[in-house]
Design a protein around this ligand. Structure first.
Ligand code: HEM
Length: 483
């Protein structure tokens, strides 16, 4: 084993990197933890409930860091050019890593968990529902629901804005993408998703959880998970059945019956069944995947945005000035989205500091060179939006909330993967345009009417599970704005 500096290629140009390399046979690894990860139990960076601590610790190794978990090689990549190689340039050498695959126990074979041909087929079927024009048709519903929430809030009455944003995003997703009435049953989705999120890290860590679930082994955490999963499945099954009936009633070919994602997925299932479309089970998996991926992420992004606005009155003042200038007191419309540039910058900067998808990972399916390294097949590569978005190399005073980081000029100065809240490459978030539009319209609708003061006596803590949630919620006191 030898440590050397390497000549590496960065964007096609030869450059001398001082990054140390550990040679192991024909492979080249970054430095990192010398012992197997479980042997660090008891150290401050080893906390099963907060994997961000480990990633923060590993940042000290620079461009990348290596550790072993049992016999697995695991590498954290911190450099945008290396992340780009994994997600874009050499994407064919990778599949989703184990913890994301394990989400199959909840999501089955939907877009997030599937790989290879299955993923391509699902993406082709779902893509039309996310085309820009299609997404734009949802703008008025988003504003209608946000305005209804603005009517419900009471001046001076403390509330948890994180829970409120979950409620709102759930309603918006149900109505726009799944054309579903927002009933108690739909709200049950949120309760069950919360229950699953609570036990998620335990499930990920449990060896052979899939088999134990299949064999219905009576372990409390598995029983709790199965209860939630059964309930979620039955809500989704009923949603599909109702939509199917409606499509038959209206006429399968009628355009009006096919404007939402759910109708499109059902039609794809029915029309393509013989030519390799979606099976009934795949249809349910896809609905569940997009439903959960679609509301939870946006809700968290908005919750963190309210916290940051409450803590940064000068940013809030500039936001309100833009809303007054562009909207003059009326509700926003689709046409306003492009004009609400500062609102978008606020949302972007909030997702820099608190990216809802806070880390991603892949597993190499062949030996692969990434930057100056050479990894064997089977290596797990992780990269964290939370870590890279707070890196001083790309952001001065990274912990400060500074919207000017998102002017077009400032954005052009940074490498593409210094900011990647929606991932990148062929598996980039399919709902990205939807999320930006929803974020901007919800902020514009609610911030016009309400100022949310963050309650001082509360602990704001991170809960990094599948998404980055505020552990204890975010308590605020709403005050109505002067017209
Ligand atoms: C702020 C909001 C959102 C964030 C931060 C976010 C983030 C992400 C990220 C990072 C990925 C890539 C994961 C990977 O490659 O391993 C992803 C994929 C995905 N997202 Fe989102 N997302 C958001 C909103 C949405 C919405 C609104 C929907 C749907 C309505 C959605 C549906 C999906 C789906 C289906 C995938 C899998 C795509 C594929 O692999 O082809 N997301 N998202």
């Amino acid at each position: 084993m030898a440590v050397t500096a390497q000549n590496v290629r960065v964007n096609g140009e030869a450059a001398v990197a001082s990054d140390p390399i550990i040679h192991k046979g024909k492979y080249r690894f970054p430095p990192g933890l010398r012992l197997n990860l479980p042997l660090y139990t008891g150290r401050s960076f080893f906390d099963r409930t907060n994997p961000i601590l480990l990633f923060e610790y590993l940042q000290r190794y620079g461009r990348a860091a290596h550790y072993r978990l049992l016999w697995h090689h695991i590498v954290l990549l911190n450099d945008p050019s290396d992340i780009r190689e994994v997600l874009v340039d050499k994407a064919q050498c990778f599949i989703k890593e184990r913890t994301q695959k394990r989400m199959k126990i909840l999501l089955g074979d939907g877009l997030i968990t599937a790989d290879g041909e299955v993923h391509k087929r699902h993406r082709r079927i779902a893509a039309p529902a996310f085309h820009r024009q299609r997404i734009q048709a949802y703008a008025s519903t988003i504003v209608e629901y946000a305005a209804a929430m603005a009517d419900e809030w009471k001046p001076g009455k403390q509330m948890d804005v994180a829970a409120e944003m979950m409620r709102l995003a759930l309603r918006i997703t149900a109505r726009t993408l799944f054309d579903t009435e927002v009933t108690e049953e739909i709200h049950a989705i949120n309760d069950e998703a919360n229950a699953v999120m609570d036990i998620y890290n335990d499930l990920i860590a449990m060896p052979r959880a899939e088999d134990l679930l299949r064999w219905r082994v009576p372990i409390p955490v598995l029983k709790r998970f199965q209860r939630s999963k059964d309930r979620l499945d039955s809500v989704v099954d009923r949603m599909i059945a109702r939509k199917r009936e409606e499509m038959v009633r209206v006429g399968r070919e009628a355009e009006s019956a096919r404007t939402d994602l759910l109708s499109m997925l059902i039609a794809a299932r029915d029309e393509e069944a013989r030519s390799g479309g979606l099976s009934d089970l795949e249809l349910r998996d896809e609905v569940m995947t997009i439903f959960l991926a679609g509301y939870e992420t946006v809700a968290n992004a908005l919750a963190w945005t309210w916290l940051l606005l409450g803590q940064n009155p000068e940013v809030e003042a500039e936001l309100i000035a833009e809303l007054r200038r562009v909207l003059g007191g009326r509700l926003p419309t689709l046409d306003d989205v492009a004009k609400l540039t500062y609102t978008e910058m606020v949302f972007a900067e909030a997702m820099r500091l608190y990216p809802p998808a806070w880390a991603m990972g892949r597993q190499a399916i062949c030996d692969v060179e990434i930057g100056p390294y050479h990894f064997p097949k089977g290596t797990f590569l992780f990269f964290s939006q939370y870590i890279v978005h707070r890196d001083q190399r790309f952001y001065d005073e990274p912990l400060e909330f500074r919207t000017e980081r998102f002017t077009p000029e400032a954005k052009a100065q940074r490498p593409r993967f210094a900011y990647f809240p929606f991932g990148g490459g062929g598996r980039q978030c399919i709902g990205e345009s939807f999320a930006w539009m929803e974020g901007v319209l919800v902020l514009a609708t609610l911030a016009q009417r309400w100022q949310l003061d963050v309650v001082k006596e509360q602990k704001i803590a991170l809960q990094p599970k599948i998404t980055l949630r505020p552990k204890h919620g975010i308590r605020v006191i709403p005050h109505m704005r002067q017209k």
